[in-house]
Design a protein around this ligand. Structure first.
Ligand SMILES: *Cc1c(COP(=O)(O)O)cnc(C)c1O
Length: 358
């Protein structure tokens, strides 16, 4: 598709993705660096992203759903693929067929896997305080006492507040996980997500599982982002309108021109994952990069379009405005919508053209 026929496009810089992988790997030279690629690689497109990660040296991939694991398997026949949802009852043949490694989360799952998996590898996901899908530590103790036939290749746990390095709960979780590790002393251990990679070797252990930082999200909120931007979201200027003082723009007339204004209508709306919270009536801080400046969003974001104030800049029909990328960071865009980078990325709609650059 040529850019002439596009309303909006997402550009994914696969070189930056590979560099981000290497930056994270360099933080823990003794550990293996894996990658969280659930949700189609955080919305950026599974095949190009995991191929770039594989070429950068990544061998362990984490998905949420078994179906996502099968998608990874079709692309990377030799990868280790961990399924964070655990083991769906009755689905052993599916996991075996696609060589998926379930991160087991309960005694029930462990017993069924031991009975049905014919010695195939599994991981154990133990809770250290986040209380999401994972083994309570006592349940893990009990199941290990049953001496099931399990080939456990990884013991993992997940941090609740790793992006706050000073939060004492990180140490609490590290200690609880250390206790769990004494139950399986010979099994490799994994605790760190993106921000966890920055907490030092007590957290990076044998295998890390960064996600958002690979894709350019800032793992150190409040500090300069050590990651390179990977994704750029741009939408076409469909029309530039003169809006006389006192006239309103968009549904429910929530924004009114307080001076003779110029407003550009962009071809991306909430169907495309532009958060409706970017409407000026809500947070009121969202802008796009257009005509060499930040132009504030005005009025309500609607399904297919977003209006921005371009009174101060030179803009014409067919120009492209950046919602995030090199001028407006992913984190700034998410904050301006009252949301987080993860949600902004993974909500991108299906109407974009995706362009991958190497
Ligand atoms: C999503 C996820 C990750 C990656 O988290 P990021 O914050 O995106 O780095 C790692 N581990 C588990 C269990 C996850 O669910």
């Amino acid at each position: 598709m040529s850019k002439h026929s596009l309303a909006a496009q997402v550009t994914v810089d696969l070189t930056a993705l590979a560099k981000n992988y290497k930056t994270l790997a360099a933080l823990a030279p003794k550990a293996e660096t894996g990658a969280a690629v659930k949700g189609e690689a955080y919305g950026l497109g599974l095949k190009p992203c995991i191929t770039a990660l594989w070429n950068a040296g990544c061998r362990s991939f984490f998905v949420a759903r078994p179906r996502e694991g099968a998608d990874v398997r079709r692309i990377l026949p030799k990868a280790r693929i961990y399924v964070l949802d655990g083991f769906y009852t009755g689905a052993a043949s599916y996991y075996l067929k696609h060589k998926l490694i379930p991160a087991l989360i309960s005694a029930d799952e462990a017993r069924e896997w031991a009975a049905k998996a014919k010695g195939a590898p599994c991981a154990i996901h133990v809770d250290s305080g986040i209380n999401r899908v994972s083994f309570p530590i006592d349940e893990l103790k009990a199941i290990l006492a049953e001496k099931l036939k399990l080939k456990i290749v990884l013991l993992m746990s997940h941090l609740a507040s790793s992006e706050e390095p000073g939060n004492g709960f990180n140490q609490t979780q590290r200690q609880r996980f250390a206790e769990a590790r004494t139950l399986l002393p010979d099994v490799p251990a994994s605790l760190a997500n993106s921000s966890g990679c920055f907490l030092g070797k007590d957290f990076t252990l044998d295998l890390t599982r960064p996600g958002v930082a690979l894709y350019g999200g800032n793992p150190l909120p409040g500090h300069p982002n050590p990651m390179l931007p990977v994704a750029t979201l741009e939408a076409r200027v469909l029309q530039v309108r003169d809006v006389p003082m006192g006239e309103a723009v968009g549904y429910n007339s929530t924004w009114r021109a307080t001076r003779p204004s110029k407003v550009a209508l962009l071809g991306a709306g909430y169907r495309d994952g532009i958060p409706r919270r970017m409407s000026s009536v809500f947070e009121g801080k969202a802008s796009v990069w257009l005509g060499g400046a930040r132009c504030p969003i005005v009025g309500r974001v609607s399904m297919d379009m977003t209006a921005v104030d371009v009174t101060e800049v030179q803009v014409k029909r067919g120009d492209f405005a950046e919602f995030f990328g090199h001028h407006i960071s992913l984190d700034d865009a998410a904050t301006s919508a009252g949301t987080i980078t993860w949600e902004l990325l993974t909500h991108l709609g299906s109407r974009y053209a995706y362009k991958y650059i190497k």
